[in-house]
Design a protein around this ligand. Structure first.
Ligand code: B12
Ligand code: SF4
Length: 552
């Protein structure tokens, strides 16, 4: 049995991290003896040819795609293409979008055979190992049976997270994420006891928090540190929910002297001086708080359960221990009026004065959220059911007194302010008056955008292969020639290309294979860590790899 898992495309502006859910599924499948491959279309450009090559080479019996609401359209297109290429392949979707609209998704897309609800590790294994005519016995599934759509009995959540194998990261193209400077994510717990009306987190992973053993968490973090990622994102819904767990994890990291920077999500009412200072000591650099609004009334309507005083106190504590507080707001929540928008903007400005970095999202009423299910009674008008618009950067709701245009204007102004900031840095840098640290936000962004465009345009693959005159010259000396070739192919500024490629080469993210006079530059797609092993990748990209022709 072979299973292909797909991560559908979403843009680099959403700061993607390697698809952790798929890595958990892949690990469970591998443990059950299933052969697995992951095709990550966030960092590899999708094309029908690529899909066909993968299907031909790997011959999967089952193809499963993940999706959040904004990536659903892409996921469906790939599933449709799979079915068109081979109708015998079983097609499945899972994740926080389809979990809450399984029947309607299956009705709308006949190319899809089944939807896995909620946590998928156990269900996907059962599904892969059970013949189609016995799927009715697989818990946590909605599937097509002729003209019928059948929902099986619910599957209980995984009771003990420590029984799950570590995510199969050796199957992920981690090298590409590292080259892009993205954080890698891991979890120390699942679940959230709160009931915010715009969130499906609790419905996906339950209201009772399940914790992983702190020793195992530290093992996994040490593994990520060995992979040379600069930053880890603890993707727990609420890392700080229980101070005992939080302190146990931090103590283990400190005891083992694991040296890596990490960030986490938190609520302002779950942090204390003791917890934050231990987090800082254990390598935490920033904490993200969902503040949502500057209006005390809206905080109540959305059942957030925090007060603005608690926000100020949490920020003060972060400042005291030297952690960067990040605050995220959602505009367009039920009860929003011009006055509450003003309160939010003023509160954001007040936080900024206290050293907080903050950002706005616009409400996207995802399937499964209370805010969508009771939109009418909340006085909320949902303006679009086009899932590709559910990226939270564009207004798709209105309240009786707040229009789409008002919401878009605020986010537009905020974006302009941010762009202005970057433009300011650019001017100072161009005059030669900025230190490296001062220009870092801009240079870092330029590097990311360039590397991403090179990856998605297959520029290195298409222009990084040539025959050299003198095979004894060091590889590093041919880097200049690569810069020129990329310059010619992309017409981007030479200094940006040189800076980005030199840094990538130094870090080992860009590699050069040499076979006599033949040079072939490539991104270091797959990393093998302490427990890693080579991954299965499309043959097209596989010629001569994996190798180690670094001669620096
Ligand atoms: C950490 C996190 C992030 C991180 C990292 C995201 C990443 N891609 O790794 C950051 C901050 C970057 C982020 C960004 C965004 N996020 Co986010 N994020 C989360 C959070 C807190 C945890 C996700 C996670 O890693 N869980 C752990 C893994 C193991 O779980 P999982 O991915 O859900 O996978 C399991 C199951 O879903 C299932 N499964 C998933 N896929 C498949 C596929 C198959 C075939 C099968 C069988 C099963 C299956 O099995 C997996 C194993 O159990 C969740 C909340 C939550 N609990 O779901 C929100 C959440 C997923 N994010 C959400 C959103 C909206 C976003 C953004 C769109 C933000 C925005 N612009 O508004 C972006 C989009 C990024 C993207 N495309 O994923 C929403 C999604 C809701 C929706 N319906 O779309 C959630 C649910 C929070 C919420 N608001 O309710 N996010
Ligand atoms: S927004 Fe945060 S606190 Fe609220 S339910 Fe979701 S995960 Fe829990």
């Amino acid at each position: 049995m072979r299973v292909l898992l797909i991560n559908p495309f979403y843009p680099i502006s959403e700061t993607p991290s390697p698809p952790l859910g798929l890595a958990f599924l892949a690990a469970a499948l591998e443990r059950a003896g299933v052969e697995v491959m992951i095709l990550d279309l966030v960092v590899f450009p999708y094309s029908p040819d690529l899909l066909e090559t993968v299907l031909n080479d790997f011959s999967p019996d089952l193809v499963g795609s993940t999706a959040v609401t904004m990536t659903f359209d892409h996921a469906v297109k790939v599933i449709q293409a799979v079915k068109a290429l081979d109708p015998e392949i079983v097609t499945v979707m899972g994740g926080p979008h389809v979990t809450f609209c399984a029947e309607e998704t299956l009705r709308a897309f006949p190319e899809l055979d089944a939807v896995v609800l909620g946590e998928g590790e156990e269900t996907v294994v059962d599904l892969a190992l059970t013949p189609k005519n016995r799927w009715v016995g697989v818990q946590g599934l909605v599937f097509r049976d002729g003209l019928q759509i059948v929902r099986t009995t619910p599957r209980p959540l995984v009771a003990d997270l420590d029984t799950l194998p570590f995510p199969a990261r050796h199957l992920l193209p981690l090298g590409r994420y590292r080259a892009l400077g993205m954080a890698i994510s891991m979890t120390t717990s699942r679940g959230c006891p709160f009931r915010c009306i715009f969130c499906v987190g609790r419905k996906m992973v339950g209201g009772k928090i399940r914790y992983r053993n702190a020793g195992l968490v530290a093992d996994e973090l040490a593994y990520l540190s060995a992979l040379n990622f600069t930053q880890v994102n603890l993707a727990d819904d609420l890392f700080t929910a229980n101070p005992r767990h939080c302190l146990a994890v931090c103590d283990e990291i400190i005891k083992r002297k694991i040296n890596i920077k990490w960030t986490s999500f938190a609520r302002v009412d779950t942090v204390s001086l003791e917890v934050l200072s231990r987090m800082k000591e254990a390598g935490c650099s920033a904490v993200s708080f969902g503040i949502e609004t500057g209006s005390p009334e809206i905080l109540k309507i959305v059942k957030k359960g925090i007060t603005l005083d608690q926000v100020i106190e949490a920020v003060r504590l972060c400042n005291e221990v030297g952690l960067l507080p990040h605050a995220s707001f959602i505009l367009g929540l039920p009860g929003e009026t011009p006055d509450t928008l003003r309160q939010t903007l003023e509160f954001g400005a007040r936080l900024k004065d206290m050293g907080v970095s903050y950002g706005f999202h616009l409400l996207a009423p995802f399937p499964g959220t209370e805010v969508r299910e009771k939109a009418e009674s909340f006085g909320l008008k949902i303006l679009s059911n086009d899932w590709s618009e559910y990226h939270a950067n564009k207004a798709i709701v209105e309240t009786p007194t707040v229009t789409r245009a008002m919401l878009d204007r605020i986010v537009g102004d905020w974006q302009k302010e941010f762009d202005g900031l970057l433009e300011g840095i650019k001017q100072v840098r161009d005059r030669g008056d900025a230190t490296e640290e001062e220009s870092w936000p801009l240079t870092n962004l330029e590097n990311i955008v360039l590397i991403y465009d090179l990856m998605m345009g297959r520029v290195i693959e298409n222009h990084g292969v040539w025959t050299v005159e003198d095979p004894t010259v060091r590889t590093a000396d041919y880097l200049g020639a690569l810069v020129e070739r990329v310059k010619e192919a992309t017409d981007r500024p030479r200094e940006i290309i040189a800076r980005a490629l030199e840094a990538a080469f130094r870090r080992g993210d860009l590699n050069c294979q040499r076979d006599g006079r033949r040079l072939r530059w490539e991104w270091m797609d797959y990393l093998s860590g302490p427990n890693g092993r080579p991954a299965v990748i499309p043959r097209e990209d596989m010629v001569d790899r994996p190798g180690s022709a670094h001669d620096r």
